[in-house]
Ligand binder design. Structure first.
Ligand code: NAP
Length: 406
């Protein structure tokens, strides 16, 4: 079976593929290799489950026979970002191909070698050019592709402007789209939490992928009863991170992917400080060469400052103090985004309230937000719509056909 083979090829090439990602976009090598392994897992997951997810479903009605059939839609265009250059693509490609669709990949312009390596993996696994292709094209060509009758749907992972542009081009031609956009995930710590664990995982959740993840913890919302302790330990842990060459396995945080990202991040930090935020750590570029930015912690952030309102795509943490669970929920929801949320508490009643009242696509309790092939992934509000992964992901781009036989 070809998807099974793709999983094997990914595992066999994980070191080379990981190195390609690290060199192209700067993520630490161990994380890049782990990303490739996760892609292999997703391929395997859909090998094991696609058949049952897409089997005919009998429904009891007053017909002699009635059932739901899932059929492929056809050619699906995937516009993908550079930050998880393998994972983003495989979490679309594995279910899409297993459902019988054709995948066209327009990858981010700064990861062409990853785009070609993915095509090679799938080709070597037995998928031919009629089934999957990487197109090395600019984003200006996307509307042309969506205007082509053969292309039936689009999925985009990336920024809000790119999502709005692709979704409207698809809508103009009455084509379905799925959007996985940005996030400004809250990381809430309540008094009953294990503070040391919350600090350890909070730092990890902020700087994973050099801070360039849609589901990074970006706004740390901490109850005032433990805020001082959390802040002190969090700042110490951010200051202790090792920054440097991402090919050096002892490094925690590598460079940002492009010089523009460093400029944008620094502008957000400096504007927030000018608006009244307190700088507790970092707040500057590091070194003469490369796109390195110091792990940064901001506190006392005014509501209209960029560090409170916008997505920060790099190692910058925004700290907020709250006096109650109501304040924590209000602060968590005070964003246009709704991707993930991580909440730290051992109080069952608080857990229920966070799960019910936080506006997001996923809530993780006493754990960092992460994607898992077995669970649906996606957002609400400006974080997008539609779901990837799990049973829901494979059913996004199929015709759900009702069959009624008298
Ligand atoms: P981006 O600039 O939006 O680029 C993403 C992809 O969209 C690239 O392939 C890009 O092509 C293309 N693109 C850009 N503008 C376009 C347009 N007007 N029409 C058609 N295609 C267009 O985003 P990024 O900077 O690479 O990625 C960072 C963003 O992605 C962040 O906001 C992050 O939170 C989000 N993200 C979301 C998820 C999720 O699952 N929700 C996962 C990862 C990342 P070019 O490279 O050629 O410009």
């Amino acid at each position: 079976m070809r998807m099974s083979k793709a999983s094997e090829v990914l595992l066999a090439r994980r070191k080379d593929l990981g190195r390609t990602a690290t060199i192209e976009m700067g993520k630490p090598l161990a994380a890049a290799i782990a990303e490739v392994e996760k892609c292999a897992l997703a391929c395997r997951y859909y090998v094991d489950h696609a058949e049952s997810f897409l089997a005919d479903e009998r429904v009891a009605t007053n017909a002699k026979e009635s059932f739901i059939r899932y059929e492929p839609l056809g050619v699906e265009l995937a516009v993908m970002p550079w930050n998880f250059p393998f994972w983003q693509v495989f979490r679309f490609a594995a279910p899409a191909l297993m459902a019988g669709n054709v995948g066209l990949l327009k990858h981010a312009s700064n990861v062409p070698q990853c785009a070609l390596a993915i095509e090679e993996v799938l080709r070597d696994a037995g998928f031919d050019a009629d089934e999957f292709q990487s197109l090395l094209i600019g984003s200006d060509k996307v509307p042309l592709l969506l205007a082509d009758e053969r292309v039936k749907a689009a999925t985009l992972t990336g920024s809000e402007p790119a999502g709005a542009s692709v979704a409207s081009a698809a809508a103009k031609r009455i084509k379905k789209s799925v959007l996985e956009l940005g996030g400004s995930d809250p990381f809430i710590v309540m008094p009953s939490a294990n503070v040391d664990k919350a600090v350890e995982i909070g730092v990890k959740a902020r700087v994973l992928n050099n801070g360039q993840s849609c589901i990074s913890a970006k706004r740390f919302i901490v109850h005032e009863a433990i805020a001082e302790e959390f802040e002190r330990k969090f700042v110490d842990a951010m200051n202790a991170l090792k920054i440097g060459d991402p090919l050096d396995e002892s490094v925690d945080v590598g460079p940002l992917a492009t010089p523009q990202l460093v400029d944008d991040l620094d502008a957000q930090v400096q504007k927030s400080i000018a608006a009244g935020a307190t700088l507790l750590a970092g707040g500057k570029r590091i070194g003469e060469r490369g796109n390195f930015y110091a792990p940064t912690v901001l506190a006392n952030i005014p509501d209209d400052a960029p560090a409170a309102r916008e997505e920060t795509f790099g190692p910058v943490a925004s700290l907020f103090r709250v006096a109650s669970i109501e304040d924590a929920i209000e602060r968590a929801n005070a964003t246009t985004f709704g991707l993930g949320a991580s909440v730290w508490t051992n109080d069952r009643a608080e857990i229920e309230r966070f799960v019910d009242e936080i506006e997001s696509g996923q809530v993780f309790v006493n754990a960092m937000v992460a994607s898992d092939p077995r669970m649906p992934f996606g957002g609400v509000k400006h974080s997008g719509y539609g779901r990837e992964l799990g049973v829901h992901g494979i059913r996004e781009f199929v015709n759900i056909k009702t069959v009624w036989i008298e």
